[in-house]
Design a binder for this molecule. Structure first.
Ligand code: PEP
Ligand code: MN
Length: 355
């Protein structure tokens, strides 16, 4: 075949490719328009029945060199990538991805500024146990300027129903009193919607625990308050699921959310969970919300806190949470991972967080 003919035919192929691409792009634009219209009417985007009908008709019209099998293959690929762009488009529109959620200078919660000019420390016992315990711990922590928030569980999500479940309202009162006496802002876990108002009344910040990250009714209810929230990553949650949990709170109008990486469950047994350091830069890349790291629950041990803290800070963490107890070996929960006040002061020096 003469070269000139091949060249002409190839030119025609090039033209057809360009036309096909133009048609595909036009089609993709319409797909997104339909998806947006559906979303604004609260209708689910994917319609498998409609897809099946389109495919059926196209296959019936497959009379050229491409037979039914090839036509089916080509259009299934077009349908699949169309779904991908709809998904991508939806993801990009999430509130949690907005860059303007945190006020300039950081998110202020009482004395604490998350995402300000320096990382902060949240410290305190796993559980609030008694007035004396809270007084001793809060007094010790208040001497360290980087400690801005006092933590302590009053409602405890324990694995074993026979383990200490927390002092409930009494615990909330003790945490609040100790925080006030020593000028520390407080954070404590809220376990369910029925105790939300109570916890919100006593605590400056609400914590959603790892086991509750998927509790969408609780997330929505917290979203309807304007209380600052420390949202912990579920121990089996992907980062996308974690971001969507935050979206539940934001979507109800509460943008005061701090994300907390606290380790995920893997096959590794030398640590309680596996600290996912990559979560810190990834969450900061994908969202503008402050990100902190709870080292105590991630590691479940106290001997490697300092190097892991340095890693978290190097990765960009806006703060760290550490469980501190005046007598860890007497603690009613998580004694094995808590450190005493002297060890905490040493930790603060070792990580350069004195200020
Ligand atoms: C806690 O911080 O008290 C706690 C129970 O942690 P997590 O939800 O991360 O297990
Ligand atoms: Mn604990």
């Amino acid at each position: 075949m003469p070269d000139a003919t091949i060249t002409a035919l190839r030119r025609r192929i090039d033209e057809l490719n360009t036309q096909l691409l133009g048609l595909l792009q036009e089609r993709a634009g319409i797909v997104l328009d339909i998806a947006n219209l559906k979303q604004s009417h609260g209708i689910d985007g994917y319609d498998p029945k409609r897809e099946e009908e389109m495919l059926h008709r196209l296959v019936a019209e497959a009379h050229g060199p491409f037979g039914p099998a090839q036509v089916s293959e080509i259009f299934k690929a077009i349908f699949r990538v169309s779904l991908d762009i709809q998904d991508h488009d939806r993801q990009q529109k999430l509130r949690v991805r907005r860059r303007d959620l945190v006020p300039p200078g950081g998110l202020r919660v009482g004395k604490a500024v998350f995402g300000g000019d320096r990382p902060i420390l949240i410290a305190g016992p796993c559980s609030v146990e008694s007035a004396g315990q809270m007084e001793r711990i809060a007094a010790g922590l208040a001497k360290i300027p980087a400690v801005k928030l006092l933590r302590g569980g009053a409602f405890k999500p324990r694995t074993n129903p026979y383990s200490f479940q927390g002092l409930r309202e009494e615990g909330l009162k003790l945490l609040q009193a100790a925080g006030r006496r020593h000028g520390l802002t407080t954070v404590t876990e809220v376990l369910d919607t029925s105790t939300l108002d109570l916890v919100a009344e006593y605590s400056d910040m609400l914590q959603v625990g790892s086991r509750n990250m998927y509790n969408t009714e609780l997330l929505k209810a917290i979203g309807r308050t304007r209380k600052p929230v420390l949202l912990k990553r579920g121990f089996m949650a992907t980062l996308e699921e974690f971001m969507l949990a935050a979206e539940y709170i934001l979507a109800e109008g509460n943008d005061n959310v701090v994300l907390c990486e606290r380790g995920i469950r893997t096959f590794e047994r030398w640590t309680r969970n596996t600290l996912d350091i990559s979560a810190v830069p990834l969450l900061k890349q994908e969202t503008s919300l402050p990100v902190i790291v709870d080292l105590s629950h991630a590691l479940g041990r106290s001997d490697i806190l300092a190097p892991c803290a340095r890693a978290a800070l190097a990765a960009g963490a806006d703060g760290l949470m550490i469980e501190v107890h005046d007598q860890p070996d007497q603690a009613l929960s998580d004694g094995f991972q808590q450190i005493d006040l002297d060890a905490f002061a040493k930790f603060v020096r070792e990580t350069g967080m004195q200020a």
